[in-house]
Design a protein around this ligand. Structure first.
Ligand code: FES
Length: 579
């Protein structure tokens, strides 16, 4: 990790309702007007004299994962008031994976900017950030890092599991697995319809170790949320108690004007988060998100450091997609605190948390559950090394990532013929063509699916096996792209190739028939084409045409300023505040 810049925020000069007045050229009038308007809500002067705790409302009919947010808000408000502060709820952008076109990642930075600016603009001494569905917690952490006002993160929590014909299942590893079976003709139309009612059976986030669950664990590890807040099921009364406690804590932080996110999310805390990410076999997306959050605080996450952590830290959590269980099982096995106990030698346990405890105190208080089998010991790991590896080579000069715990071991060292799809549209048009010239040992390449190319770097990296091979029983092939993949997905998938093809990265130069070597043990990704030939192709390359709409508005801003995967896919102007 590289050096850290100081965040520019200073403690607010005024607190409560008196801070951040609207500008009318007369501060007294500004406060008078503010009071006049808020009294329309029936507030007394006593209420308005209290420290203010903002609470984000990310409930939305378009976001079923956040279905419990209204209940959580009520519990947070109760906690704030029990502690003698004034809760104020305000809406922000809410993003659900399946309801965001073109992809939720396209909107993450918008949510981060909205959340940051609404915290900055409105009078609050601290804030409780309620989020959960994949991009929401990263956006809120990015915002918290930038505005640097005391903040407690409260994930909405994971769903409970579903059941179908005696099988335990859940979103969305099983969504993909069963859809794959349906495509292959081994799962009936009737069953695929019926199972759609069982895969996401309650409110809350996907209950495998996908991006939402991974970020929940990371919130706890970074110290930005209470112990258990990442794994307590969304529908349990414990979660409401966590919400109440988060409200009380935020009220205390409002009074103290601290600790601030920059005091909690230190370089050491980010290193701890990367370590937990490896040990839980977490989502590849979390690496991009952590890079973006850290960058907001002037901390650079280096891919080689993440890879080095992965060589030492085993995967210990037996959850889908790397293992067999689901988040509620992880929770009842002791959750993230218990996991950290097993890897404490790899963690900096002196890091602070919002609750005022050190990580050591959190770990020491972990619940010990006899005979649980979900959180393994280093002597009996799920995998002897971490969940992810970083690849380099002439095909990925700025790195690529593979979740090798969710890959087919036999494919981790393989040389094969490239079959190239030029874009997502090309893949959709030709991927299932019975005439497609493709064999099981080929390497599928998808380009123009990165941050600028798609745009928004969609979760398209685990694109389907061509239909004719799927029907012949092929379950996995090496797939390489500049896209991301869902944390719930599995397969031998090389992701986040940087720089992406749309800006002239080497992926743009691959032709069908070229040979590619993937060598995960040696962290190599090589296009076996001579440097002279690649140079010739580079000179002949032209950038893809601009996407419709990229001449204006948010789409234009995104295209002009979005950074590459190794920089967190944040906007270039949202780095740390100047010293
Ligand atoms: Fe919301 Fe998976 S779709 S967490």
């Amino acid at each position: 990790m590289a050096s850290r810049k100081k965040n520019g925020s200073e403690p607010p000069k005024a607190s409560g309702l008196r801070q951040g007045l609207a500008t009318y050229g007369d501060a007294g009038f500004s406060l008078f007007l503010r009071k006049a308007f808020i009294k329309a809500g029936g507030y007394s002067d006593d209420a308005l004299d209290r420290p203010i705790v903002g609470i984000t409302n990310t409930a939305s009919d378009f976001n079923p994962c956040h279905g419990n947010v209204p209940d959580l808000i009520e519990a947070v408000k109760r906690g704030v008031m029990l502690a003698g502060a004034l809760p104020m709820v305000f809406p922000t952008v809410s993003i659900h994976e399946s309801f965001s076109h073109p992809t939720s990642m396209f909107l993450r930075n918008l949510m981060a900017m909205d959340t940051e600016e609404m915290i900055r603009a409105q009078p609050m001494d601290s804030v409780v950030l309620i989020g959960g569905c994949d991009k929401t917690l990263p956006a809120q952490l990015m915002a918290a890092a930038s505005v640097d006002r005391p903040a407690v993160v409260l994930p909405v929590g994971p769903m409970l599991v579903g059941h179908f014909k005696g099988e335990v299942l859940g979103a969305c590893t099983d969504c993909r697995r069963l859809w794959g079976q349906y495509r292959a003709g081994t799962f009936s139309q009737d069953d695929i319809e019926r199972v759609s009612e069982r895969l996401a059976p309650t409110k809350g986030t996907c209950m495998v170790m996908g991006t939402a669950s991974t970020m929940g664990c990371i919130v706890e590890t970074l110290g930005m949320g209470l112990p258990g807040s990442g794994s307590t099921p969304a529908t349990h009364s414990d979660r409401l108690r966590l919400a109440e406690q988060s409200g009380k804590l935020a009220a205390e932080m409002a009074r103290q004007h601290g600790p601030r996110p920059s005091e909690i999310m230190t370089e050491a805390a980010f290193r701890n988060a990367l370590t937990v990410l490896q040990a839980i076999g977490g989502s590849t997306n979390a690496l991009v998100h952590l890079t973006a959050i850290a960058r907001r605080l002037g901390v650079a996450i280096e891919l080689e450091q993440f890879d080095a952590i992965g060589r030492k830290v085993p995967v210990l959590v037996d959850l889908k997609p790397s293992g067999d269980h689901y988040m509620e099982h992880f929770h009842w096995a002791g959750g993230n605190s218990r996991l950290m106990q097993e890897i404490r030698d790899h963690l900096d346990v002196s890091c602070r948390t919002v609750a005022g405890k050190t990580l050591k105190e959190v770990i020491d208080a972990a619940e010990i559950v006899p005979n649980q089998t979900v959180i393994r010991t280093p002597a009996n790991p799920i995998k002897p090394t971490g969940g992810m590896a970083v690849l380099r080579g002439n095909l990925a000069p700025r790195g690529a990532v593979i979740k090798h715990t969710a890959a087919t071991p036999a494919l981790l060292t393989h040389t094969g013929r490239a079959v190239v799809f030029d874009s997502l549209a090309d893949l959709a048009a030709r991927g299932d063509d019975p005439e497609l010239d493709v064999k099981a040992d080929d390497i599928l390449v998808l380009r123009n699916a990165g941050p600028k190319g798609a745009p928004g770097m969609p979760e398209a990296g685990s694109f389907p096996i061509p239909m004719k091979l799927a029907r012949a029983g092929v379950k996995d092939m090496i797939r390489i792209s500049d896209a991301r993949m869902s944390g719930t997905a599995f397969g031998t998938i090389v992701l986040h190739v940087a720089p992406e093809s749309a800006v002239g990265g080497p992926l743009a130069l691959v032709k069908t028939g070229d040979r590619i070597t993937l060598d995960v043990p040696n962290r190599k990704l090589e296009l076996l084409v001579s440097a002279d030939e690649l140079e010739k192709r580079r000179k002949a390359w032209t950038a893809p045409p601009a996407h419709p709409g990229s001449d204006r508005g948010y789409t234009g801003l995104f295209h002009r300023t979005v950074l590459q995967a190794d920089e967190g896919v944040d906007f270039d102007f949202l780095g740390p505040a100047a010293d």
